[in-house]
Ligand binder design. Structure first.
Ligand code: BMA
Length: 330
């Protein structure tokens, strides 16, 4: 096995379970799944496709909560162990930079990434149709909304955890107003998080892999390794009974992240367990966040299951990167 490191802080208290003995896979599910079940808070029917980060020795999160009227909103959450979450009963109160109310009409699929001392939140927001919303917090109590990134329609905004060549870089996936039967991953760059350009195509929906033959979209913030940026992403297959969402991974060039070095031909995780195949939307695994420890190379992947539950899977960076290279379709 190659000696691949994660370039990040160490995170000794992250959730972890060893790989079950005899399991022939590089990713394994938590035995505690699903970690968040139906009706997690009075106003919300389901918490899924949500983002978590280390915060003040514990963990903070931004949760997608689908209300009982069907509309999704973002709620903050706190956890001591990354497994049991206390989710705020009220949605995040967004104020713009002048202190005005900046509440989105709906908000879903958040990602959170720490850049220097600030936590940036990206989500799919309401702007005459879906596009990428952006905001920041330093304490998970006060949230400031910044400018939306793009004209509609766009989803799956995923910010890299540091500037590259002096610019912020955001993966994104141009889409439509509905359930989008197409989609490739692009990236856009910005000197100031306000003006975005220098757009590049990163990767197309699957060619060899039919599991990702309809569309793909970025998942958690990419993880830096000396081999490149480790990106988990979702890939969608169109079947006679609707879309099936699985997870794959790619490694992008460190300095030119629109260059794909390796990409799994096969999915790494696909709906198999009952909490993934059965729920509000059957057959969805949708990764939005990771916790990872530079010292041990452990990675915990948070994913939404069946648009209903929050679930966790684990992997180890050396074994995973070796597998991605071995299974690469590039
Ligand atoms: C996508 C998004 C995701 C969702 C998925 C499956 O278009 O809405 O939030 O998990 O569909 O329903």
């Amino acid at each position: 096995m190659s000696k691949v490191r994660i370039v990040a802080e160490s995170l000794k208290n992250m959730p972890w379970e060893d790989k079950p003995e005899g399991l022939d896979a590089v990713i394994w599910r938590s035995s505690k799944n699903p970690i968040i079940n139906w009706n997690p808070i009075p106003v919300g029917a389901r918490a899924f496709n949500s983002a978590v980060v280390p915060f003040e020795g514990e963990f903070a999160g931004v949760f997608r909560i689908d209300y009982k009227n069907g509309r999704p909103h973002l709620h903050a959450g706190r956890s001591e162990d990354g497994l049991e979450w206390e989710i705020a009963h009220e949605p995040i109160e967004w104020l713009d930079e002048k202190g005005n109310d900046a509440k989105p009409g709906y908000a879903y699929d958040p990602r959170v990434v720490k850049i220097e001392d600030t936590y940036y939140i990206q989500w799919c927001t309401d702007f005459h149709g879906p596009t990428i919303g952006l905001g920041l917090t330093r304490d998970f109590k006060n949230f400031t909304r910044l400018e939306n990134l793009f004209v509609p329609y766009n989803r799956n905004g995923v910010l890299f955890p540091r500037k590259i060549n002096g610019r912020y870089v955001m993966l994104n996936r141009p889409s439509d107003t509905g359930h989008t039967p197409f989609g490739d991953i692009f990236l856009s760059q910005s000197p100031d998080l306000k003006f975005w350009g220098m757009h590049r195509h990163v990767m197309s929906k699957g060619e060899l892999g039919w599991w990702e033959g309809t569309k793909i979209g970025g998942g958690p913030a990419p993880i830096e390794t000396p081999e490149g940026w480790l990106l988990f992403y979702h890939g969608v297959s169109n079947t006679c009974n609707g879309f099936v969402y699985s997870m794959g991974a790619a490694i992008l060039d460190l300095e030119n992240p629109d260059r794909v070095l390796y990409r799994t031909r096969d999915y790494l995780l696909t709906p198999e367990k009952e909490y993934e195949t059965t729920g509000f939307v059957p057959n969805v695994v949708f990764p939005c966040a990771t916790l990872h420890d530079a010292e041990t190379g452990r990675i915990a992947i948070y994913y939404g299951a069946a648009d209903t539950y929050t679930a966790l899977a684990y992997t180890q960076v050396e074994e995973l990167v070796d597998y991605i290279k071995y299974n690469s379709q590039v």
